[in-house]
Design a protein around this ligand. Structure first.
Ligand code: NAD
Ligand code: TDX
Length: 337
């Protein structure tokens, strides 16, 4: 099988390409990535066979016409993925996540209705109220809160519309928060690990009461594999962790303990606007496709901490840039007050 992966130099895309070629060594992968700030161009330098990297934009339909002929499957990761950046620059999210996905869908249709798997997020469902024991599922109505989640919701709608209107063979996965190796250090888990390595405080938004459903990235990759190989065309599958929904403050304290640090390292800072809570039911993908996660939050965090401890050269420059972004964002929020 020949697969076009978009955004394969980002966090999940990199892990997915490694996972897929390990498990399907005779398949061929073309990785189309624009190399934005979130990508590391060297992530997959060691891949020698069955792998081709093309630098380019999913909005470039001429380029898509060149690389799509012969492809059997598109796995679409490419996106602007950071909620805080979407608050700062929403238009970029509309361009990449909405127009970019539309452009890719049109190209998939043009080149013979290529099977299209769209990677989406649980954030499209909005927020679970504090004190409620509910979970998002495939039947939860969309109610996005941030420009990021609104752009992902819109892209999901376009994907479904191409399935219904043009018969494009689509599937969608809506996954909870991922963590693991190769995650850009603007996101909470790598930000706190690298701050602790640097003896810096961990900024916790609000009082750390917001909660999420954490999933180790390789478990996300195996879920995508299950949907690609066994999923029903036209269907959506929600993906979540081992019932490990936890408050940010609990996650931060767990990482502090695993790294042998002290909770003095926590600093409570201004809250994110429209700050959501997430928890996901993965009953459907479990019952229909037999998928379940392997890592517990603790085992996954141990692997992640080890990876960041052993790969400082990978994250050092990115961390400087990420912290510059946060300084700018704080200034911006101050200006708005
Ligand atoms: P990321 O920000 O780490 O990587 C995104 C990648 O897309 C980068 O390599 C970037 O260069 C590339 N890209 C961006 N714009 C592009 C464009 N116009 N053309 C080509 N390439 C472009 O993101 P991630 O965390 O790996 O997320 C991947 C996907 O998974 C996204 O669609 C995201 O919405 C979704 N998702 C992420 C999570 C999570 O916790 N990280 C959870 C659920 C779903
Ligand atoms: O420094 C921080 N302090 C803090 O308290 C950061 C960076 C975050 N937070 C909080 C905000 C969130 O409640 O931690 C939680 C996680 O924040 P992020 O790492 O920014 O992730 P989140 O906003 O939950 O979104 C992630 O999961 C769903 C990904 O970035 C999305 O791409 C994915 O769709």
């Amino acid at each position: 099988m020949k697969i076009l992966v978009t955004g394969g130099l980002g966090f999940i895309g990199t892990n997915f390409i490694r996972y897929w070629l390990n498990n399907h060594p005779t398949d061929q992968i073309i990785n189309l990535d624009k190399i934005t700030y979130a990508a590391n161009p060297h992530n997959l330098d060691d891949l020698k066979s069955n792998y081709l990297f093309v630098q380019g934009d999913i909005l470039d339909s001429v380029l898509l016409d060149q690389i799509l002929p012969g492809c059997d499957l598109i796995v679409h990761f490419a996106a602007e993925s950071h909620v805080d950046r979407s608050i700062d620059d929403p238009l970029l999210f509309v361009k990449t996540n909405v127009l970019g996905t539309y452009t890719l869908l049109s190209a998939a249709k043009k080149h013979g209705n290529i099977r299209f798997h769209h990677i989406s997020t649980d954030e499209v469902f909005g927020s679970i109220p504090f004190g409620s024991n509910t979970e998002f599922s495939e039947s939860t109505p969309y109610d996005p809160s941030s420009p990021y989640s609104a752009s992902k919701a819109s892209s999901d709608h376009f994907v479904r519309s191409f399935g219904k209107t043009y018969g494009l063979p689509i599937t969608i996965t809506n996954c909870s928060n991922n963590y693991g190796p190769y995650q850009y250090p603007e996101k909470l888990v790598p930000r706190m690990i690298t701050n602790l390595i640097d003896h810096q405080k961990i900024p916790v938004y609000g009082q750390g009461e917001n909660f999420r459903d954490w999933l180790y990235v390789t478990d996300h990759c195996s879920a995508i594999e299950a949907v690609i190989t066994k999923g029903k065309i036209g269907e959506t599958y929600c993906i979540g962790g081992l019932k490990e929904t936890c408050r940010n403050i609990d996650l931060v304290n767990l990482v502090i303990n695993l790294m042998g640090k002290s909770s003095d390292q926590i600093e409570f800072v201004a809250d994110r606007p429209a700050h959501d809570n997430y928890a996901v039911s993965w009953q459907k993908i479990n019952q229909d496709l037999g998928w379940q996660p392997k890592e517990t939050l603790e085992s996954g965090l141990r692997k992640t901490i080890d990876w960041y401890l052993n790969n400082e050269s990978w994250w050092r420059q990115a961390k400087t840039e990420a912290e510059e972004f946060y300084k700018k964002l704080n200034n911006y929020q101050n200006l708005k007050k």
